[in-house]
Ligand binder design. Structure first.
Ligand SMILES: Cc1cc2nc3c(=O)[nH]c(=O)nc-3n(C[C@H](O)[C@H](O)[C@H](O)COP(=O)(O)O)c2cc1C
Length: 267
């Protein structure tokens, strides 16, 4: 069992409220975020490391070399002033990187900053350097951190049909039978629906068994960007929804196609 992430109730309330406000943005105003916000994000990145090996590096000055996407294509990020770099070791379970990274993403959102998980189109070498990664660390992904251009850009409109939020699967599709689950578990499944995932593939599936919530992924895993990374993001969303309802618990990591089991602590 991994001891609970040590989320405070205040963090859970703040990050849970940010879930519906977060949205991937790809075109940035080059003005740097307030240094107070960067200081707070840097301090959180140092402190919030609930799983061994997984961490977030903050690059206060993102180099344009970090984002290598062709402008106009999926992954093309422009003008990012600062960035998160999502790090782990070669054997770090990707779900722990997703979980840890999403906490920083939601904190940035709570501070009025924009972000976008980028799992494919980035330069590992530049990202590792910008975040001060150590030789044994691997870059799982990056995100711009800053203020997106006010209006949704043409690129975003072309990519995402009018700039509207991407379509989502229903709670019943990702968590069959959840209508009859305890209220906290149903709320946890609902909080997974708006989570970000690579190509918006929403690979997470949830089941309730033996009084615990189990997250798994659909189909086969994909080597380049593991579905377990997306599912780690889902783990955090689920735990936040449980925590704001007074249910705290512990995570146990599981082997594929399962990802993790959340068991509430007895109160
Ligand atoms: C692990 C991961 C990798 C992603 N990689 C990219 C990427 O390389 N390029 C990109 O433009 N968006 C990327 N995204 C963002 C998704 O496209 C986005 O989360 C999804 O379309 C849902 O939209 P939303 O985040 O606005 O809710 C990634 C998201 C995740 C979670």
């Amino acid at each position: 069992m991994t001891p609970g992430s040590g989320l405070t109730l205040a963090q859970a309330v703040r990050w849970h409220a940010a879930i519906d406000r977060r949205r991937s943005r790809r075109s940035y105003d080059e003005a740097r975020p307030d240094s107070a916000d960067l200081d707070a994000l840097g301090a959180l990145a140092e402190r919030f490391r609930p799983f061994a090996g997984a961490r977030v590096g903050l690059a206060r000055e993102a180099s344009s070399d970090m984002f290598v996407g062709i402008v106009g294509a999926y992954g093309g990020i422009s003008g990012a002033p600062s960035a998160f770099v999502f790090l782990g070791r070669a054997d770090t379970p990707p779900q722990t990187v997703g979980y840890t990274g999403e906490a920083l993403m939601l904190e940035a959102t709570a501070r009025g900053l924009d972000t976008c998980w980028v799992g494919g189109m980035f330069s590992s070498v530049h990202a590792a350097r910008a975040a001060g990664a150590s030789p044994g660390e691997r870059v799982f992904g990056v995100s711009p951190v800053g203020h997106a251009h006010e209006a949704v850009t043409l690129k975003e409109r072309v990519l995402f049909k009018g700039g509207r939020p991407q379509t989502r699967m229903s709670v019943e599709e990702i968590a069959p039978g959840s209508r009859s689950w305890p209220e906290w578990a149903r709320a946890a499944a609902e909080a997974v629906v708006p989570a970000p995932s690579a190509m918006n593939r929403q690979p997470w599936r949830l089941r309730f068994e033996d009084a615990a919530l189990v997250i798994s992924f659909d189909g086969a895993d994909t080597p380049r960007i593991s579905k377990r990374l997306d599912c780690g993001i889902a783990m955090l969303h689920a735990e936040l929804a449980a925590a704001v309802r007074g249910v705290t618990g512990d995570w146990e990591l599981l082997g594929p196609p399962d990802v993790a089991r959340f068991t509430p602590r007895l109160r």
